[in-house]
Design a binder for this molecule. Structure first.
Ligand code: AMP
Length: 822
């Protein structure tokens, strides 16, 4: 294909027009001008050429359908070098406008006499310009005003001395664009003088001043600002008002002998001009000066966005508010202002006059559902907007009636009880009463007895006792292979799966041959009270004749209040039955022997009260111990806080957890489901020895009503997995869940799980799949274990053996220092 050269006077649109006509056979390839050599990025023309035109790449038909547009091909040229082109006298806008990616331009040793004012306006990337050895007589700084020139070479250009080139002299003095490294001359009438020697009067940079530097106005106001440019030559002065939103802006010029003033009036100032910089520019031949006014627009707040939280997933009501000065935000819920707290708080960022953020809820429940009103105010006004926040459905809102739940709380943490009573349908009431009668008649027992933070679910409840099972609604005595049973909580019938170990061992119906040690009352000397549990006081005592090696030893004795209140009441002789239950419980405890299960020495049944004797664990229960060794712990001396007890470190926490896991491994190996694993039921001895120390919840396997208090069953719901809460299903896996909660207790120094929630909210959270947050001091590896314990599917939970191994390994990696303990 032949090459052809397009002189620039042919309008480019004609080229495009031609191109569109012949596009079937013209491909968009460009070719190099005849006397030049070209690469995709450079045009190099150093042969003498008398052509008058700037080299322009020409179209070429190669039959190759390239993907590049013509604009792109020109844009790829970054360097043009023209030397010895005597025909090129004027550099025009059109010569340069297609080379929009140009960075280096050399036109030297030619016949260039003038450059059009906007020649470089389309070449913003130009960094190097060499115009040396051309007969230019003048040059304007304005050609380069939008460029960031590294170098402007003007060697052997002899300008006419005068104000027009004073700027070059100034740039040389300032060392700009490499001009200071060049020896430049100007023609001063007859002689050629160094440019630095040129002395021109009344030729200087303009001065500029504005009437304000910061201007604060109220939206809608009218305001006038003035800019004064002065100097010789008298400058042109102008306000730049691009993208200004305020309407009816107009400028008026006033000329004084040495000052050029210009007023700018903004009518109906817009909030969109807040932060706008009104810039005034004064220009003359020598250069330019500018000055700016920062505009501040005050306007009343508006709520641009208030989003309903996305159901279930979001715990935040998103908002965007705009206003200046920055509005004050207040939130209202149920006609009351929401005070800032750890549970509901506003988090926001400011961007200019925008406030963007969230009203954040920590673990919201259905109690948080409702309308939320945001009020934004500043001195110019107040605005409000309301959104409905839906976080969780009320528990049992799937159509099943809500159970009646009464709540008891650990007094220091939850000072209020919550009682929800949902109206019972007459039919359900009748059913309930019938069930009550049946269950009481056949001696059904409550299985849970609790101290500490537990929920009490009233109404009839619970699984069948080992002696009597409610089997598919039919009560059968001592059914060893009993399948899932049913209990009624409020009006909800809930299936119950039995404690497996009871059936495997066949306790209860077939009495195991276990010898329970009997201790004589006279051998027990009470010393002081250690605490009080669900079924009586616990004392520190000296016990004689217990150990073959020691005359006496310290023990913890548990006294039973009134056994007939806690043991089998339903038999003809409650006292006798209670004693039998007590005996069976003692047998169970005698059979459980492990280094991390508190040692059971025996019973004292000669007279009242009944007593159980355990090994004494010096530091008491683990929950108290954790609190005493937490960051907030203080020892009181004479009622005055004096010193901390020594905070538990990571290695100690791991050591504690590993021991409990070891105890649990043993229980699991015995097919014993504990049902009430919590730090309050573990005990701490010397040298940070920890043992599982209370088997209250498991006692139902001895068919007692032991934990039944006033017709209530007490459940440790904060430690229970969803299936235990919903179906009363207790398994080794549900114990693993509780162990996860124990870990959480350990790493929070004994905090109550979900302490911020009422019990019915806890039930809702757990059953809906929420889990406790990672405690502040808890390493990720440990939280991963917790999460492994809190898998919703019991089968997917970690098993206690693996947990024990991981904890042991983590503990080994972190040496244990037990020096805080006596
Ligand atoms: P309990 O009846 O098991 O709930 O015990 C009530 C309180 O008595 C516990 O919180 C402990 O502080 C204390 N206690 C129970 N058993 C022992 C023991 N074996 N050694 C030391 N203190 C104990």
């Amino acid at each position: 294909m032949d090459l052809f050269f397009i002189p620039p006077r042919i309008c480019w649109w004609r080229v495009l027009f031609l191109l569109s006509i012949f596009q079937d056979y013209l491909s968009n390839m460009l070719d190099c001008p005849p006397t030049c050599s070209c690469s995709p990025t450079e045009i190099y023309c150093n042969k003498s050429d008398n052509g008058k035109f700037f080299p322009l790449l020409a179209l070429q038909d190669t039959g190759n359908n390239g993907n590049n547009s013509i604009e792109d091909l020109f844009k790829n040229i970054t360097s043009i070098h023209i030397e010895n082109w005597t025909g090129l006298q004027t550099l025009k806008d059109v010569d340069m406008e297609l080379y929009t990616g140009l960075q280096r331009l050399t036109i030297m040793n030619g016949n260039l006499r003038g450059i059009q004012a906007r020649a470089f306006s389309q070449n913003p990337h130009l960094r190097y310009i060499n115009l040396s050895k051309n007969p230019l007589t003048t040059l304007s700084w304005q050609l380069f005003q939008n460029l960031q020139l590294f170098e402007l070479r003007l060697e052997e250009v002899v300008f006419e001395c005068g104000c027009d080139i004073r700027w070059i002299q100034l740039w040389q003095q300032r060392g700009e664009a490499g001009l200071h490294t060049q020896l430049l001359f100007c023609n001063n009438g007859a002689s050629k003088i160094p440019l630095q020697a040129m002395n021109i009067s009344l030729c200087d940079l303009p001065d500029i001043s504005v009437t304000h530097y910061n201007l604060t106005v109220i939206e809608g106001d009218r305001v006038t600002v003035t800019c004064n440019g002065s100097g010789s030559p008298l400058p042109e002065v102008d306000w730049t008002v691009n993208d200004l939103h305020s309407i009816n802006t107009h400028q008026s010029n006033v000329y004084w002998p040495n000052v050029h003033s210009i007023n700018l009036t903004l009518v109906n100032v817009s909030r969109d001009d807040n932060f706008y910089m009104l810039t005034c520019i004064a220009e003359n031949k020598v250069g330019m000066a500018n000055a700016s006014i920062q505009l501040t627009v005050h306007f009343p707040p508006t709520i641009l966005k208030l989003d309903e939280p996305e159901r279930r997933h979001e715990t935040c009501i998103e908002f965007t508010v705009r206003g200046n000065p920055q509005p004050t935000l207040r939130w209202f819920h149920r006609d009351k202002e929401i005070p800032p707290s750890d549970y509901i708080r506003t988090e926001m960022d400011t961007y200019q006059d925008y406030l963007e953020g969230c009203l954040n809820f920590k673990d919201p429940t259905h109690h948080n559902n409702g309308n939320y009103t945001l009020e934004a105010s500043n001195f110019l006004g107040v605005t409000t907007k309301t959104v409905y926040g839906h976080f969780l459905n009320a528990p049992f809102s799937d159509g099943t009636p809500t159970p009646t739940i009464t709540v008891t709380h650990r007094p220091e943490e939850d000072t209020f009880g919550v009682s929800i009573a949902v109206g019972l349908a007459g039919f359900a009431c009748v059913l309930l009463v019938v069930l009550f009668v049946l269950i009481n008649k056949y001696g059904r027992r409550s299985k849970f007895g609790m101290k500490g933070p537990v929920a009490v679910i009233s109404g009839e409840e619970d699984s069948a006792s080992p002696l009597h099972h409610v089997n598919h609604g039919i009560i059968t005595p001592c059914t060893l292979d009993a399948g899932p049973d049913a209990v009624v909580i409020g009006m909800t019938r809930i299936p119950v799966i039995e404690n497996p170990q009871y059936f495997r061992h066949g306790h209860n119906c077939n009495k195991p041959a276990t010898y329970v040690q009997h201790i004589k009352r006279r051998d027990i000397i009470l010393k002081r009270e250690l605490g009080e549990g669900a079924f009586g006081k616990v004392f520190l005592a000296e016990c004689y004749n217990l150990s073959p090696t020691k005359d006496k030893m310290l023990v913890a004795v548990k006294t039973l209040k009134d056994p007939t209140l806690v043991f089998s009441q339903t038999l003809k002789d409650p006292t006798l039955a209670a004693r039998k239950d007590f005996q069976r419980e003692a047998e169970l405890l005698t059979n459980l022997q492990h280094e991390h299960i508190v040692k059971f020495y025996g019973v004292c049944v000669d007279g009242d009260p009944l007593i159980m004797v355990f090994e004494y664990m010096k530091h008491g229960d683990l929950n108290k111990f954790l609190r005493a060794h937490g960051p907030d712990a203080m020892i009181l001396v004479d009622g005055q806080p004096l010193q901390t007890n020594g905070e538990l470190g990571l290695s100690q926490m791991l050591h504690i957890a590993t021991q409990i896991a070891a105890g649990m491994m043993y229980l699991a190996s015995q097919h014993f489901v504990h049902r009430d694993l919590a730090t309050r039921n573990c005990l701490v001895g010397n040298g940070l020895l920890v043992k599982i120390g209370d088997f209250g919840m498991s006692r139902d396997i001895y068919s007692t009503d032991y934990y039944r208090v006033g017709g209530h069953t007490m459940l440790p719901i904060r430690w229970m997995p969803p299936e235990s809460i919903m179906y009363r299903k207790f398994t080794t896996e549900s114990d693993v869940w509780s162990f996860g909660v124990i870990l959480w207790e350990i790493f929070t120094y004994g905090k109550q799980p979900w302490f911020q929630l009422a019990n019915n909210e806890v039930i809702e959270c757990i059953t809906q799949g929420r889990v406790l947050e990672r405690p502040r001091v808890c390493p990720k590896e440990v939280y991963d274990i917790m999460l492994g314990c809190w898998q919703r599917e019991p089968q997917q939970r970690l098993n206690i053996k693996d947990i024990q191994k991981i904890l042991y390994a983590l503990g080994k990696a972190t040496p244990v220092y037990l020096d805080i303990l006596g």
